[in-house]
Structure formats: C-alpha cells, structure tokens
Design a protein around this ligand. Structure first.
Ligand SMILES: Cc1cc2nc3c(=O)[nH]c(=O)nc-3n(C[C@H](O)[C@H](O)[C@H](O)COP(=O)(O)O)c2cc1C
Length: 266
C-alpha cells in the first residue's frame, strides 16, 4: 500500500461535492500575503463544577467533534488557543501550481478556524545556507523565516517535484531550519508534479521532516499531472486531488487541537 499514492483517495472528507465552482472558489488568492482569520469562542464557557473532569464527555471526543458540540471553549472555560498554520512555498515560479495547491490546503485550514500565512520565497528570497559560524550575519529574511516557523503551530511544506524529488528551494529552507527550529512541529506535505506522480517529493520531504523531529500528519497530498488538475478543476481526478488538499488542511488543524488538548497527537 503506497501511503503517498492513490490510497489517499480513500481518505474521509466532507468535501466530496462535484458541484461546479467558479475558478476563484477553487483557488482563493494567497499571493504570499499573510491571511488571517480569528476563531472566536462560539459558546459560553461551561462553568467548572466540583466534579469537572470526572466523566467529562470532552475527554472522549475527537477535537473537531468536541469543537462542533461545545464551541471553541476548553473544559476549564478558557477559549481554545488559536491555531496558526504557516505554509512554506517551495516554488519560485510565477503562476505556480504548487502555490495553488498550498492555497487550497490553507483555505481548508481557515475553514477549520485556523489563521494562515505563507512564507513566499519569491518575496523573501533566501541566500543559500552556507553553515557560517555566525548565523546572525544572515540577512533578515533568514531570521524572519525562523521567527515565523517558531510562532506557527503547524507547517505545510509545499514543493514542486524537481528531477524526482523536492525542489532545491525547499531544501534550502530545511537547511536553515533543521531540528533546532522544526522539532515538535506538526507538519503536512504537498508535492506537485507534471508527470504521473509526486510521491518521491512527498516521501523524501516527509522523511527529512521526521528526522528533524516533526510530527508529519498521515494525509500526504501528492498532486500528479498538475496541469490537468489545475486547468480542469471540475474533472473527476482534479476533484479527488482537491478533496485531499482539503482533508490535509483540516487534519492539520485537528491535529494541532488534539496536541493542545493533551490528547495523543497521532
Ligand atoms: C527543474 C525541473 C525539474 C522537474 N522535474 C520533474 C520531475 O522529475 N517529475 C515531474 O513530474 N515533473 C517535473 N518537473 C515539472 C514540475 O514538477 C511541474 O511543472 C510542477 O507543476 C511545477 O510546479 P510549479 O508550478 O509550482 O512551479 C520539473 C520542473 C522543473 C523546472
């Protein structure tokens, strides 16, 4: 069973509609600019009673069902921490299809209540990582990258497939981050290829992220034949891929909430 291949198509999703949507609905603009939504508490906090905690139904619910029923409040009455998902775009190309895939995924994360932003290497070019002795001498973009990663609850790495693996641009990002900045982060992976599979990109990226101490969510979005997917978004194969990107965005947020609530991450 290939976790990066067609098996993903069996991932559960509530977004299975084949309804024809306008193109802008499929791909809301990200443009590398931070997009933020704030998830406010929807229900008043349940007061703490003397036996709060004992037989609390919230302890047995998955985070997204808990939120659907109880709103964005923890059982101690405080609002749940907001979730911030940072996308890392590994393509430098204008009109990038990887950007379209990342945008779609982050839009799903926003619908789940997360704030999202994108680190766009076209707008914040990084030098090549050279392992210099004094990292403070790197330009501001490097420090901005590290700051944004540190502040994010979860990361989505999106890369085009280049010669059978991820792009050099995303590798350079990984070199600047490494385990020091990635350990303990929840991460999702998107690979986008022209040919029949981006499995290598997804697999290679996941391997490195795991090695750096990330929790990589199991929905790996590998987008093959990207031209067809994004030129014909109403085709059945495009719809399947878009469904996977939605599932990834949603799952990342659910995983962060599970992590925040102290439930097992996976
Ligand atoms: C240097 C280079 C290498 C590529 N290698 C592959 C490859 O090995 N397999 C593949 O399916 N597509 C390959 N492609 C095509 C890209 O993966 C594909 O066009 C992808 O959609 C580009 O993403 P972008 O639009 O975000 O730049 C390559 C493209 C470039 C520029």
């Amino acid at each position: 069973m290939d976790p990066c291949g067609e098996d993903q198509l069996s991932q559960p999703s509530v977004h299975s509609s084949r309804t024809t949507l306008a193109r802008r609905d499929h791909f809301p603009a990200a443009g590398g600019v931070a997009q933020r939504t704030q998830h406010e508490p929807r229900l008043p906090a349940r007061p703490l009673s003397s036996n709060a905690g004992a037989n609390d139904p919230r302890d047995h619910l998955s985070p997204h069902i808990e939120i659907a029923i109880f709103g964005n409040c923890r059982k101690d009455g405080k609002p749940m921490k907001s979730v911030h998902v940072l996308g890392l775009l590994g393509s430098l190309r204008e009109r990038s299809r990887t950007e379209l895939a990342l945008t779609r995924c982050l839009a799903a994360a926003q619908r789940e209540g997360a704030e999202t932003s994108v680190f766009d290497l076209r707008k914040s070019p990084l030098p090549l990582c050279d392992g210099r002795d004094d990292p403070s001498l790197y330009p501001e973009a490097v420090h901005a990258l590290r700051r944004q990663v540190e502040q994010a609850d979860a990361l989505v790495f999106a890369s085009p497939e280049y010669i059978g693996s991820y792009s050099a641009a995303i590798k350079n990002v990984l070199d600047f981050l490494g385990p020091d900045h990635l350990r303990g982060k929840i991460a999702g992976v998107i690979g986008v290829a022209a040919d029949h599979s981006a499995s290598n990109t997804v697999y290679h990226l996941s391997t490195i992220l795991l090695r750096c101490g990330c929790w990589v969510v199991p929905i790996h979005a590998q987008i093959p034949a990207s031209e067809i997917i994004f030129e014909q978004p109403d085709s059945p194969s495009a719809q399947k891929m878009l469904t996977i990107l939605d599932a990834l965005g949603r799952d990342i947020v659910v995983t962060v909430r599970r992590h925040h609530s102290g439930k097992p991450t996976v």
